[in-house]
Write a protein that binds this ligand. Structure first.
Ligand SMILES: [Zn+2]
Length: 92
């Protein structure tokens, strides 16, 4: 899992709260994805760029992942107002 303890703090907050990016000790980056599941659970996953779906923490339902904003040439979506790079909404 993530070892965020070695990452810097920004204004007293963990780096990923600000940047929306968790960086693993080997340098691999995961990007914030807000998700809303059909079971009513919602939360945040930190996911690699470009993965098609995530699983709900509560019910293991697979939810399709979409970029939160326009995807740049570097393959990274623009962040939305909540700081997410990706949004996953379960179809009801
Ligand atoms: Zn669920």
């Amino acid at each position: 899992m993530f070892d965020v303890t070695k990452r810097p703090y920004i204004n007293g907050k963990p780096e990923f709260w600000i940047t929306g990016i968790k960086i693993e000790t080997n340098g691999f980056k995961r990007y914030k994805c807000r998700y809303y599941c059909e079971c009513g659970h919602k939360g945040s996953h930190y996911i690699p760029l470009g993965i098609p779906q995530i699983e709900c923490h509560e019910c293991d339902y697979h939810i399709q992942v979409l970029p939160a904003g326009r995807v740049g040439r570097d393959g990274i979506p623009k962040r939305d107002k909540q700081g997410a790079f990706y949004i996953a909404h379960a179809r009801m």
